[in-house]
Design a protein. Structure first.
Length: 274
């Protein structure tokens, strides 16, 4: 296609507007920025991708991404560096416009998952994206974001997932009680991660696969519920879980970052389930 050279063109403005939720809601599309996320969007869910915008330099640097896009029927449009910068300050020469990833709670629950991350009132985009990435790395079967959590199509969330958004189902808009009930109906134990937990995650790993009565078994199908970055889980949210589990602080740190604590919990389950 002819190169796009005008950073003030209507097409460029329309792409840039997708950084905001109103434009995403109206169009049903969102931005995917940077080589890693664009590579995975094209490779894993090309059917959702409408356009790939790329500078000549990026096209030469990431030939495999462009070739993959062409082979999968994605429209590739070249643009000047000024055009790509106008579309996104985080483009690194590559931007994709794709359909919103619409996943329902049932899509995560119906297959009978063994490991799920549930984000309740998680508002920080970087943390939410990092948890999706950690869940993917730990081999989780899905992620659920409650209605009060950040929009998973927020550009910072998408970037923070580093492409993992396109690897596993990420359901949005669920109510926490409904999510817990649906998971429990599938035989999934629901554990709330909280510093006040009655169970220590290290102790649970010691008895995984042979946990005594009344003690959660990390080897069993498990959903971890993670709360807000600032105040954690509300009392009513903790009450929904089968048990509350803490990650021990061995040193002098006041607490763990949400994404770090989530990674510890998800990998503990992954290890026990192996």
């Amino acid at each position: 296609m002819p190169e796009l050279t005008n950073p003030r063109a209507e097409r460029v403005k329309a792409v840039r507007a997708l950084a905001g939720r109103p434009a995403r809601s109206r169009s049903g599309r969102f931005l995917v920025e940077g080589p890693q996320a664009v590579r995975e969007a094209v490779r894993e869910q090309a059917v959702r991708v409408h356009d790939l915008y790329v500078t000549d330099d990026a096209a030469a640097r990431y030939r495999e991404i462009v070739a993959d896009a062409v082979a999968r029927g994605v429209v590739v449009r070249t643009g000047s560096a000024e055009v790509l910068d106008a579309m996104s300050a985080d483009a690194q020469g590559l931007v994709v416009v794709a359909d919103l990833v619409a996943v329902a709670l049932e899509d995560v629950v119906a297959p009978g998952p063994r490991l799920v991350a549930v984000l309740a009132h998680v508002r920080d985009p970087g943390n939410a994206g990092a948890v999706v990435r950690a869940a993917d790395a730990a081999g989780a079967d899905g992620v659920v974001l409650t209605r009060e959590s950040v929009d998973v199509h927020n550009p910072k969330v998408v970037r923070s997932t580093a492409g993992s958004l396109f690897h596993l189902p990420v359901a949005t808009g669920a109510e926490l009680p409904a999510a817990v009930a649906a998971l429990r109906a599938r035989g999934v134990t629901v554990l709330a991660a909280d510093g006040t937990g009655e169970h220590d995650i290290d102790d649970l790993l010691d008895v995984a696969g042979a946990a005594p009565a009344g003690v959660p078994d990390l080897a069993a199908p498990t959903a971890w519920v993670f709360g807000n970055e600032a105040w954690g889980l509300r009392d009513e949210d903790r009450a929904l879980a089968d048990a509350v589990v803490r990650v021990p602080i061995r040193g002098r740190a006041e607490s763990l970052n949400l994404a770090t604590a989530a990674t510890v919990c998800l990998y503990a389950s992954a290890r026990a389930q192996r």
